[in-house]
Design a binder for this molecule. Structure first.
Ligand code: ZN
Length: 131
């Protein structure tokens, strides 16, 4: 079973999509399996990280901006190579095990959609697999 979601994003952000992950698992009625969260974009990504202190998300974005600055030597015509680099570093998917009908996310973990080149209308998918 696959679920498609749309998001309106700002210029750059990490947006929690844990609620959508939990809803997809509940709707699928899968009690044991895995959940694949995937985004089909080249300047956005999916990751799992802390949900407690909002400074962590800000620090991740700041750290990525420092690790992948806009360089005059970049040749990509669209001018968003830094966003492409951040998307590759973060990755385009995350896998969460499901047990007893619940995602095995830690208490302090959320699943995030990461926007690096917004604002845009984005899509992400949640595939729930019984196994
Ligand atoms: Zn580009």
């Amino acid at each position: 079973m696959i679920f498609e979601h749309k998001l309106e994003t700002p210029a750059e952000a990490m947006i929690s999509i844990t609620k959508q992950v939990k809803e997809a698992i509940a709707q699928s009625k899968v009690t044991d399996g895995i959940c694949v969260v995937y985004c089909p974009h080249t300047t956005a990504g999916i990751t799992i990280n802390e949900n407690s202190d909002p400074h962590v998300v800000q620090d991740i974005l700041l750290g990525l901006a420092n690790a992948f600055p806009r360089l005059p030597a970049f040749r990509h015509d669209e001018g968003n190579s830094a966003a492409h680099l951040k998307a590759s570093a973060v990755g385009s998917s995350a896998v969460v095990p499901i047990a007893n009908g619940r995602p095995l996310l830690g208490v302090w973990q959320d699943t995030y959609f990461c926007e690096f080149d917004g604002p845009r209308t984005r899509t992400f998918y949640i595939k729930v697999i019984e196994c």
